[in-house]
Every structure is written in C-alpha cells, then in structure tokens.
Write a protein that binds this ligand. Structure first.
Ligand code: ADP
Length: 170
C-alpha cells in the first residue's frame, strides 16, 4: 500500500473512494463537504438523508453519483476545542473507520482531504501526524487498498503533510 500527498481538488479525483470531511448531520455544509455535495448532485443529498446522520469518528458510505469517484465515505471529524475532549482519538477513528469502509467496498484507491483542519480548527501538524500514522499502521490490515492519498487543497497543508510523512518513514 502506497501513501502519497498531492495538492488538488478532491471532487476531481478518479479513484474508487473519496472521503468527505462531513458534519454529523451528513446533510452537507461548507468547505470540502459543500464542494462534494455540489459536484455529486442532488441524488447524494437524498442518499445522505436516508443515513440519518453519523457520529464523529464513525464513517458511512454512499455512491459517488456525478463524481468520478465510485464511492464517497462520509466521516465527521472532531471539532477542536482544546485538545482535552478526545479530539485526537476521534480524528484517528475517522481515518481508521474510513479505511475499514474502503476495504468493505473493495476499494483499491482512496483519497482523503485533511479532515478537521478547516472550519473545525484541528492544529494542522498534529492532524497530519494522526492521519498519516493511522494510514501507515493500516497497511497490515489492507487487502484491497493499494494506494492512499491525502489531497491537500492548499500549499501549506501539502507541505506539512509531506514533512510529517518523511519524518514517519525515516
Ligand atoms: P472540517 O470541517 O473537517 O475542518 P473543511 O472542509 O472546513 O473541513 O476543511 C478540511 C480541509 O479540506 C481544509 O484543508 C480545506 O482547505 C480542504 N478543502 C476544501 N475544499 C476542498 C476540496 N475541494 N478538495 C480537497 N480539500 C478541500
């Protein structure tokens, strides 16, 4: 299983599954969530309404509808308060449960955004360490997944994830 960092727009990813940094209602919001709902079309809203929400750190899957990706794995990350409200543990669970969903749907290629580091204000470097260590540790359990990418929307996010990945692989 390869782990890569790229910069781009995750709604354009031609992969088996993209992960959505959703909110607990699963009804769409701002940031990457809004962009995914906009690009996937109204059928995604209908499918999400049927799921009846999702707890932070858990993950639920829909089709990708109008996206190039076959599946969308929706996971609400933690809202950063002060780091004393299980935020690191919840973020880890978002990555882990999303990877488990991807395996369940026999995905070979999975793209993640930087979960919780936008409107949810999780500190970027700590989020990158949790994201990448969780993904790297999942290698032993991965049967179908061959490649996981972090799709950073901005250059700072790309550079921080790249540095953390290099540190972890040393
Ligand atoms: P959260 O509420 O989990 O913090 P946000 O969507 O606010 O989610 O931000 C998460 C990350 O996703 C941020 O780095 C943001 O810049 C990024 N992002 C926003 N739109 C896109 C997109 N189309 N593709 C990839 N990443 C995106």
């Amino acid at each position: 299983m390869k782990v890569e960092i790229i910069q781009g727009d995750i709604t354009k990813s031609h992969v088996d599954a993209i992960v959505n940094a959703a909110n607990t209602t699963l009804m769409g919001g701002g940031g990457v969530d809004g962009a995914i709902h906009q690009a996937a079309g109204a059928k995604l809203d209908l499918a999400c309404a049927k799921l009846q929400g999702c707890a932070s750190g858990k993950a639920k899957t829909t089709l990708g509808y109008l996206l190039p990706a076959k599946w969308i794995i929706h996971t609400p990350g933690p809202i950063w308060q002060d780091g004393m409200h299980h935020e690191p543990e919840i973020l880890k669970n978002s990555y882990l449960n999303s990877l488990k969903e991807a395996e369940k749907h026999q995905c070979q290629t999975v793209d993640f955004p930087s979960i919780s580091t936008g409107v949810y204000h999780f500190p970027l470097k700590q989020a990158a360490q949790i994201a990448l260590s969780t993904i790297i540790n999942f290698k032993q359990q991965a049967h179908y997944i061959k490649r996981v990418r972090i799709v950073a929307f901005d250059i700072i996010t790309k550079e921080v994830y790249q540095e953390v990945l290099e540190d972890l692989l040393q």
